[in-house]
Design a protein. Structure first.
Length: 149
């Protein structure tokens, strides 16, 4: 079955003190590591959607910087066979303090239940594509390393 819908995702790349902020989540019965962000809603601009996602997830106001990566390859959604995923990754900076708990260990949830989410920093020196769950995020790491080199 060929996809019949686009799923446009927007993510923020926040680097502070030579570390990248990532999100560990438990959704649809699976653990996943990705960047903060999510799905663009109809009637919403890309920057507006990214700012909304960061406010929802991190309660943080952000400034959206340059786009750093868009997947150039076809990717079917891991969750819907009828959706093709397009991901846009922007450099962001925080305009307000992060008001969420930052953990040290992956998936250090208080309780592993639907919707659980925690954030952690990964030092850029130890950042590899293996950290991430999804193929587009894995490909983004290569582009990110070129950008920060």
């Amino acid at each position: 079955m060929s996809p019949s819908k686009f799923n446009i995702r927007v993510y923020g790349i926040l680097i502070q003190n030579q570390a990248l902020l990532v999100s560990d989540e438990f959704r649809m019965g699976m653990r996943m590591t990705k960047l903060p962000g999510g799905g663009l809603e109809f009637g919403e601009g890309i920057e507006e959607g990214l700012k909304r996602e960061w406010m929802e997830e991190l309660r943080a106001l952000i400034q959206v910087g340059p786009i750093l990566y868009v997947n150039p390859f076809f990717q079917r959604s891991a969750f819907s066979k009828i959706e093709q995923v397009i991901c846009l990754y922007y450099k962001v900076s925080c305009m307000s303090p992060l008001e969420v708990e930052i953990v040290e260990q992956p998936f250090d949830f208080m309780e592993e239940k639907e919707g659980a989410q925690v954030f952690r920093w990964i030092p850029l020196g130890s950042l590899t594509s293996d950290v991430f769950t999804f193929p587009i995020d894995k490909a983004m790491v290569t582009a990110l390393k070129l950008h920060i080199a």
